[in-house]
Design a protein around this ligand. Sequence first.
Ligand code: TYD
Length: 208
Amino acid sequence: MLVTLEGIDGSGKSSLHEALRELLSDLNPVFTREPGATWVGDQVRRAIKEQIDPVTEATLFVADHAAHLAKVVRPALAEGRLVISDRYSDSRFAYQSVTLQGIVPDPEGWMRAMHNGWTIVPDKTFLCVLPVDAALTRLKPDTEREHFEKRETLEKVQNNYLEYARRDPGRFVIVDAMLDRQIVAKFVADAIRTEYALGKKKKGHRKK
Ligand code: TYD
């Protein structure tokens, strides 16, 4: 089963990912992330830092995803493991729809077309949502922020995420990121546990 954690910068999804390591350790999940599960991620970080060019950056994120799928996600799923990824394809759809605006004709459509037919769609996606102001207070000072971490960008990115959740309520679970971190982590851990048990049951039935 593939579970992804999504949300704007400062939404707390990385600390949620950390907390799940402990809460779900008995299920022995594979914890992974985008960008950065393979060496391609180093190139992505460099592109972000140098602000090289939005199309270069976007295609590197896709390259990172391809390597992530090939080297981490597919092998783990083939072994029947639970995979929990901090960011995944929806980050591309939500962020690159903003960064490629005015550069390519239909950024979201282009990004989706680049994934369609070969990517693996997550079984569940937990979307951490909070007011952008609250997210900004959790980030580094202005001068040290990545170019994504601006108010206008994050507002648009979060609206994109919310639109995807509205379109696909069966996959997305919206999490109130303003709640106490331990409560959020417990809620998400319990929800993953339930889904994982249901998934196993379904597979068992199919085998019979
Ligand atoms: P991330 O590693 O989650 O942030 P941090 O460095 O704070 O741990 O992601 C780095 C940035 O890249 C983040 O601002 C979101 C952005 N991003 C995209 O724009 N598109 C993508 O496909 C992904 C995976 C991340």
